[in-house]
Design a protein around this ligand. Structure first.
Ligand code: ADP
Length: 209
């Protein structure tokens, strides 16, 4: 049985997958990404689920990190080990808290919050690459408690991941692990749209339901 909903294979052999509905705490990628908050002390949603499944050692490592940096700014990423998770590492990043835009961003420009969200994906891939990690899984950052509309977030996420994956030396596979079937469908449709509009070069797009 195929275990993905959609997969994009790029000309350089790298792969972007969309799984869902699925629980990121069960992921077998080498690293998973946590949608953390700036305190790094745990929270609800995917953050709480990762700390529960991974056990107390992740929080202990997070405490050591905040003792040094005080708080993790939105758009940045740090790495801990994965405790009892199947994933060897957890990359913690902080998404933006969504605010309704008063003015539409000018054409071709990201809003500041979209730029921060894109930075979460880029910085996480870059940090994974620095640790010679070959595969990592992302949840849909900021689209839970932080309120980012999933349609907008999906487009920002994919647009950020594709070029970062392409220039990575070690990272070969990025997987979006979406908690609901509806979220997964939104991400897959956004990816389909982008590959159709030629925003991605030389790709093979496979989808099954
Ligand atoms: P944020 O504060 O960045 O919005 P949340 O954890 O509230 O983070 O939600 C981010 C996304 O993670 C939401 O789409 C939510 O449905 C999803 N999510 C929650 N638990 C899990 C899980 N165990 N695996 C994957 N995704 C999850």
């Amino acid at each position: 049985m195929l275990d993905f909903v959609a997969r994009i294979t790029f000309g350089n052999g790298k792969t972007l997958e969309f799984h869902g509905p699925a629980d990121i705490t069960k992921e077998t990628t080498e690293a998973i990404v946590n949608a953390a908050n700036s305190s790094l002390l745990g929270g609800g949603g995917v953050d709480g689920a990762i700390h529960r499944a991974g056990g107390p050692s992740i929080l202990e490592e997070c405490k050591l990190i905040v003792a040094n940096i005080n708080r993790l700014p939105a758009g940045k990423a740090v790495l801990t080990t994965g405790g009892r998770l199947r994933a060897k590492y957890v990359i913690h990043t902080v998404g933006p808290i969504y605010k309704v835009e008063r003015r539409a961003p000018s054409p071709g420009h990201h809003s500041p919050q979209a730029e921060i969200l894109a930075s979460c994906y880029r910085e996480s891939i870059c940090l994974a690459d620095d640790h010679a990690i070959r595969s990592l899984a992302f949840p849909s950052i900021s689209t839970g408690a932080y309120g980012y509309p999933i349609h907008e977030a999906a487009e920002v996420a994919i647009k950020a991941v594709v070029p970062a994956l392409s220039v990575a030396i070690h990272v070969q596979l990025v997987r979006f692990v979406l908690f609901s079937a509806a979220d997964c469908d939104t991400y897959v449709r956004a990816a389909e749209r982008m590959s159709r509009d030629h925003q991605m070069k030389s790709v093979i797009f496979e989808r099954h339901s």
